[in-house]
Design a protein around this ligand. Sequence first.
Ligand code: HEC
Ligand code: HEC
Ligand code: HEC
Length: 444
Amino acid sequence: MVRKAISHWKSLAVVAAVVLVVGLTMSGNLGLTGLSNDAFADPTGIKYTGAGSCAAAACHGSATEKDGGATRHNENHIWSNNDAHAKAYTQLLEDTSKAMAKNLKIEDASKSERCLNCHGLSGFTKHDNTVHRIVLKPEQINAEKYSVEDGVSCDACHGPADKYLKPHTEKGWTAKLRTDLGSEKLFNEWGLYDTKNLKFRADVCLSCHLRIEADLVAAGHPELPFELSIMSSDESWIHWRNHGEWFGAKAWAMGQAVSLRESAMQTAERTKAGADEKLIKASYDRMLGHAILTRQAAEAVDAEGRAALDKLLGDVKANWADAAKREAALKEVAKAVDAWSDKLNGIAFDKAKTEKVLAGLASEGEAIAPHGYRAGEAYVMSMLAVSGSYNTDAKPADGEAKAEKVAALYDVLGDAETYDAAKFAAGAKAMAELYAGGKSLPLP
Ligand code: HEC
Ligand code: HEC
Ligand code: HEC
């Protein structure tokens, strides 16, 4: 079921891209903004390395899984064979990329920082309550075992490995430093980025998976859907083992909160860039979708947090007409959600909380529908993720039958072209019958 969710949404992204290319000729001049134009320093000062540094059979390049240890030693093998990230660079050689490059007046997408930032090895930093990819200069990469063709390789998610490469092979080293230093110092001092920490994981995934710039979208790049639980649990390609009960529900909540933060920043950036009104509205609608979903998580685990967030969402609405004030209000939302997601990171999920979230989400279908296709898509992925977590951890007898009904929402969703808000609202009503007792929380 999970795999269906991912392949389905992929084909939809392609359709969306085609539609927007057609729109481009009429949309006029778009300002540049966002990830690749921001120059940020690397907080670690440590060199990045290539995938080749991790590929020895005794390290992570074993063809078969070895059990019983901290790692299974076949991570490189899984990544290079099954993981789309290993093919991210190849995407830049495709005709679709050439067409985008032409629209953007870029000579060669496979050499452009604007693409390699996300489709190749780049650095990571967090600044002003949002995440940035850092375009690496040659002297920031230990070039011995690096090839640009490796695409999104190990260090893009695990941090610059040059300093930790040797010590981390010692048994227990990583676990001890994680405990002794905590995630932030582990990264700043050693370059080792803690992907086990769900806030950190959401930050690093969403540094590439949401805040695509308006001019890239206008040039034909798909808007980027993301849901952390499903997208980091798909056994067909992941090289890791997730830990902890109710992982799905908690990862979902973290993914929504960080997506809300990033879509607020995206709306602010598109506003600042004077992007096409349609693209500003698209990111705002998406943000409201993530807001509706995140508020149900907050209501179940931290009602005070929800009230504080509602006030700031109200400020965005009140200041919408004035672009400068709107931008400032959106940044306040991002700041507050960032702090709230740190709090969320310390809250354990259980059966009761997950049931409450699930019923709450089930009640929001009608409220989500008017916010468009991307919000509807986020809703369907959320229902799949949280009900999937419930089925896995609480193992209810009717779990499978209900899962089928949730998955059927994908057919109601359709694609970006055929999306019909009234039809989606009617279809999503079935969710409230499936998981009853929730209360929709009207947006301020
Ligand atoms: C903000 C990060 C980011 C930037 C910048 C970016 N991409 Fe992407 N791109 C992605 C992600 C993530 C996907 C995967 C989308 C998915 O399937 O969810 C993707 C998918 C694609 C695809 C496959 C499209 C499809 O419809 O399946 C192509 C082609 C592509 N990108 C080309 C480019 C080119 C060319 C550039 C530069 C002009 C670029 N990208 C810049 C993140 C980015
Ligand atoms: C797209 C991001 C991403 C890329 C690229 C990536 N990883 Fe990972 N990796 C993760 C996440 C997320 C986890 C799960 C959390 C954890 O255990 O740290 C993980 C876990 C691991 C683990 C622990 C496995 C376990 O079962 O606990 C190892 C070892 C690892 N990765 C090695 C690698 C190597 C080697 C490469 C390159 C060949 C690589 N990773 C590329 C995201 C990534
Ligand atoms: C450096 C940028 C970057 C980071 C960090 C990153 N991704 Fe990606 N991801 C991409 C790009 C680019 C693609 C598209 C690759 C392609 O289509 O070949 C992609 C593709 C994917 C896909 C496949 C999408 C599809 O349509 O098949 C999944 C799932 C995914 N990423 C999940 C994650 C998760 C989970 C994390 C965090 C643990 C993560 N990514 C971190 C850039 C990134």
